[in-house]
Design a binder for this molecule. Structure first.
Ligand code: ADP
Ligand code: MG
Length: 260
């Protein structure tokens, strides 16, 4: 899987086919397909396996059994860098000793040998995420939200068909989080990549989730259109998780804002 992925590539389906994995006592079993080009919100209790699911797709962990397929291709033998995937974590996405523009440039060239066209692309990506003028700063000279914007600019440079987000905005306040979610939705609208987005916040899932997967005890307990999860007929385990006792539908005031 070291072949090049061309610019503006659309999303690819992500399939885990009979995947099993364990960390000692904790065991996981995933049999699921995430449709190409959709945003799927991934929710579930702490320790249910959300990060493990993303790590198996990204190649930071390998299944004991079963296959991970991206765009129908078995990526089992490809290292993380050879997979058509970008991943953004809650923090530590950036190299502390490199400037903002170098951190973004790494998305194009790991050795930072950048052509003039690459440099223009870096500047455009930084402008797109609202960081024009901050190219020369070091990560410590940015706010937490700005650091995540740099990580998203690098996602733009990498231009991979699959984007994995593991609680990337969990440490940001609500207003800033909404701005960042809208940025992700905007990038998705432009690039149509397949997005798997782990969050603890039901409002986040409502805001940008098209589909939803609810994990429990190392497996996907429910998956389907996100709006179905917030209906009274939504999965019981999910409704208990979000503390919905059935009298109101949590977050229903946000329905009008939700993207479909
Ligand atoms: P989530 O992201 O849903 O909170 P994780 O996928 O991180 O859950 O973890 C699922 C389970 O696997 C937890 O019980 C956790 O303790 C265990 N686990 C996660 N990573 C490791 C690891 N590197 N080594 C051992 N156990 C781990
Ligand atoms: Mg996690």
């Amino acid at each position: 899987m070291t072949k090049g992925f061309s610019a503006m590539q659309k999303g690819l389906a992500v399939k885990l086919d009979g995947v099993s994995f364990s960390y000692g006592e904790a065991s996981f079993r995933f049999d699921v397909e995430f449709a190409a080009g959709r945003i799927t919100a991934i929710m579930g209790p702490s320790g249910s396996g959300k990060s493990t699911l993303l790590n198996l797709i990204a190649g930071f962990e390998s299944p004991n059994k079963g296959k991970v397929l991206i765009g129908g291709e078995d990526v089992g033998n490809a290292p993380p860098s050879g997979r058509p995937v970008s991943m953004v974590f809650q923090e530590n996405n950036l190299f502390a000793h490199l400037s903002v523009e170098a951190n973004v440039g790494l998305g194009r060239s790991p050795s930072l040998r950048l052509s003039d066209a690459d440099r223009i692309a870096v500047a455009e990506a930084l402008a797109r995420v609202g960081l024009a003028g901050k190219e020369k700063r070091l990560p410590r000279e940015l706010s937490g939200g700005e650091r995540q914007r740099v990580a998203l600019a690098r996602v733009l440079l990498r231009d991979r068909p699959v984007l994995l987000l593991d609680e990337p905005f969990a440490s940001l306040g609500p207003a800033l989080r909404d701005d960042m979610l809208d940025l992700v939705a905007g990038i998705h609208a432009e690039r149509a990549m397949t997005v798997l987005f782990v969050t603890h916040q039901p409002e986040d899932a409502r805001r940008i989730g098209q589909d939803m997967a609810f994990l429990d005890a190392g497996t996907i307990a429910s998956i389907g259109p996100a709006e179905d999860f917030f209906e009274r007929s939504g999965p019981d385990a999910f409704r208990r998780y979000i503390g919905d006792r059935g009298d109101t539908v949590a977050g229903s005031q946000h329905i009008a804002r939700k993207r479909t």
